[in-house]
Design a protein. Structure first.
Length: 552
């Protein structure tokens, strides 16, 4: 039999309407770099989202599932686009402003974007691409920037504020199928071309509910979240949608992502929560060490995108900022696991810290399993290591096929199992009580003499040395063992630790046969567009002989 429940679609539109009606006084605070930040209530942002939707439809001809791209920092205008575009039935496509020009061009053409909304400060990035953007008809510019670089552009150029001015403050939002596309992001393309992930209204709605649960980020309308994770990086980890559900204030850093302005934001605006990748927090820690600030308001920090070094977690604990580890990827919307220690574990104990270092437990909307090298499903025993596979309500089941492909989805065998699970490329273990511990990316595991060495374990151990600011370990060819670890180290300013000292430091933390023989000092570890260590660059630099390597 069928239920007697109402069938109300789960859509981004309903998140917007709820946020405006119930949490209208909550604020989006955008940092300006000088003077008073821009403050806009959810109610005001909602009205402007309505006006933007009217402008996109009436002035720019956006309809159906047209793609509207954004090339923007984290700010109030970007939040308005987050809600206006999906709610009118179109598809929001956030562009990663840190990708190489060739990849950005490929992505825009592959997605067939018709409109690009761009911050004025990013026009020098966009302008050189325009002659090669095949489907873009309109450029909408928001905020200060030199418009002259757009002279001669084939696409029509519009001013964001002028488009919104005088537009109706009501919109007859269509009743959408919750399975319809709402937004899309592309992977960073570390191997091959970037891949398009298309999120449905349903997946965004369910993911937003999970973000707000107490065993996830657990934020309320008494909180202010400093949203450092970019809005182009998996929808800012779902925070803009989740905050409109619960009335959490958003502190948006715009283009001011350096450690000093972030410290100033925390001190002056008093956020209670923040979210970013580890490299952001390493820079902030150095800033606070050199120039202490009152950051006592910030009691919860969500770290994801890469494993958080234990030394970094400990340092922030001492500042009163409790780090909560999380794991996810573009294909998982991104919330896959969140590390909240189980009930009964003593706060501050070694046992609790061990739980916090894991990637955490799967929420109810995500299932996980480990797959061995022969395709066998491994037990949750905390010891059996295999590739993590996941499925669930906000997990991708395919990639976007691209313009001209009739939207036929792609399901490459190296990314999806025969029974539809997503192959994450992450290697790890799962404990009997469901805690995931990732030991490496499958492509980054060092296969030495028939045994596996975790590059993450070596990196975390190295970064616990007081002289080490960053450390990345990659596999390099070895005639005897097949592969051996190469340790690349960034020393803190004024530090002078040598390789023998660092190797001795590692000796009581890892097995002797795992100790690296090859070492090099770098001014900085190369990063990907989302702030992760770019190990493919390091491997290429080693292969090309561009690194000054010492062999002990």
């Amino acid at each position: 039999m069928l239920s007697t429940m109402q069938d109300v679609p789960l859509t981004v539109t309903r998140i917007l309407v709820h946020g405006v009606l119930v949490h209208g006084s909550s604020q989006i605070i955008t940092w300006t770099g000088e003077g008073e930040p821009q403050r806009r209530s959810f109610a005001e942002a909602g009205v402007r989202a309505v006006q933007l939707a009217n402008a996109l439809r009436d002035d720019l001809g956006v309809e159906g599932d047209d793609r509207v791209a954004t090339l923007m920092w984290n700010n109030a205008e970007h939040v308005e686009a987050y809600f206006a575009v999906p709610s009118m039935g179109a598809v929001l496509h956030t562009l990663n402003l840190r990708l190489p020009a060739e990849q950005l061009t490929w992505i825009v053409n592959h997605a067939a974007d018709r409109v690009i909304i761009v911050n004025g400060s990013l026009l020098p990035l966009l302008a050189p691409l325009l002659p090669r953007l095949e489907t873009v008809e309109h450029i909408v510019v928001s905020g200060p920037g030199d418009r002259s670089v757009l002279e001669g552009a084939r696409a029509q150029v519009h001013e964001y504020e002028e488009l919104l001015a005088g537009k109706p403050t009501t919109y007859d939002w269509p009743e959408l199928d919750e399975r319809q596309a709402a937004a899309m992001c592309y992977t960073s393309g570390t191997t091959g071309d970037p891949k398009g992930v298309v999120y449905s209204h349903r997946s965004i709605y369910l993911h937003s509910m999970q973000v707000n649960m107490t065993q996830s980020m657990g934020l309320t309308d008494a909180d202010t979240s400093l949203v450092v994770v970019p809005q182009f990086h998996v929808n800012a980890w779902g925070l803009p949608h989740a905050t409109f559900m619960t009335g959490v204030n958003m502190l948006m850093p715009d283009r001011f992502l350096q450690p000093a302005p972030l410290a100033e934001m925390i001190e002056s605006e008093r956020p209670t929560h923040a979210a970013a990748v580890p490299t952001i927090w390493q820079g902030l820690l150095a800033e606070l060490t050199a120039k202490p600030r009152d950051v006592s308001s910030l009691t919860q920090v969500t770290i994801g995108g890469a494993a958080c070094p234990p030394s970094l977690m400990t340092a922030f604990d001492k500042l009163g900022m409790r780090v909560c580890h999380a794991w996810g990827m573009t294909e998982t919307s991104p919330l896959g696991t969140v590390s909240r220690p189980p009930a009964g574990v003593e706060p501050g104990s070694d046992e609790e810290f061990a739980y916090r270092l894991t990637q955490g437990r799967f929420p109810a909307g995500v299932e996980g399993r480990l797959c061995g090298p022969a395709g066998e499903i491994l037990p949750w025993d905390g010891e059996s290591a295999g590739e993590l596979e996941v499925r669930g309500n906000w997990i991708a089941g395919a990639y976007f096929g691209g313009a001209g492909s009739d939207d036929k989805p792609l399901r490459p065998a190296d990314k999806f199992s025969e029974d539809g699970w997503l192959k994450t490329g992450d290697v790890g273990t799962i404990s009997p009580d469901g805690y995931l511990t990732l030991t490496d990316r499958a492509k980054d595991v060092i296969k030495s003499g028939g045994e596996w060495i975790s590059s993450v374990d070596l990196e975390n151990a190295l970064m616990s040395h007081p002289d080490v600011a960053e450390a990345a370990v990659v596999a390099v060819p070895d005639d005897k063992w097949g592969e051996r670890p190469l340790a690349t180290v960034v020393l803190k300013e004024g530090a002078s630790a040598d390789f023998e000292t660092l190797r001795t430091f590692l000796a009581d933390k890892v097995a002797k046969w795992q100790l690296p023989e090859r070492w090099t000092i770098l001014p900085a570890v190369p990063k990907t567009s989302v702030g992760k260590f770019d190990k493919k660059v390091l491997r290429k630099q080693y292969a090309d002989g561009d690194l000054d390597v010492t062999k002990l």
